[in-house]
Write a protein that binds this ligand. Sequence first.
Ligand code: ATP
Ligand code: MG
Length: 147
Amino acid sequence: AEVDFSELVSRISDRLQLHSCNTQQIIKADIEPNIKIYGDAFTLASVVTNLIENAVKYSEPCAEVNVSLRQIDSKVVFVVADHGTGISDEEKMFIFDKFYRVGAENTRRTKGTGLGLFIVKEVLQQHDAEIVVKDNVPQGTIFEVTF
Ligand code: ATP
Ligand code: MG
C-alpha cells in the first residue's frame, strides 16, 4: 500500500522527542511534506523508530539528533544523524548482524538485544531500499536510507 512517509517520520520524531528530554528540543526534524512510499506502514515505522532510538540512546543525554527526509527525483532519502559515541570502521560491518552489540563498555551502559538494526536491514531489503553508515563530524554516526 502507499504510505505517507513524511507523516510517519513526523509522527515518530514527535513521539520520541517527548520521551527523550522533557521539553528540550533534541530531535531536530527537517521533513519534506507529502513523500509517498509503496510498502508496509507497520514495518517501515519500526525502521524509523529503531534508527532514531539508537541515535538518542548512543548519545549524551539531551544531545541533538538530526532527522531529515527529502525526495530527489524518484529517490527518497531518509537520514538520522547523531553526535554520539560513533561506530569504528571495524564494527560497522557487524552492527546489522543478529544480536550484535558493540563493545563491553557500551553493553554495560545501555540496554538492548542487538536486534534493532537486524530488523531494520530485513525490512529495508523487503522494500528494495539501501542503508549506509557514515561517520558524523566532528563525532557521531549518520545512517542514510535510500528508497
Ligand atoms: P535493540 O535495538 O535490539 O534494543 P541495540 O540498540 O543494542 O538493541 P541495534 O539497534 O541492532 O541493537 O544496534 C547494534 C549495535 O550497534 C548497538 O548495540 C550499538 O553498539 C551500535 N549502534 C547502533 N546505532 C548506533 C549509533 N547511532 N551510535 C553508536 N552506536 C550505535
Ligand atoms: Mg537499537
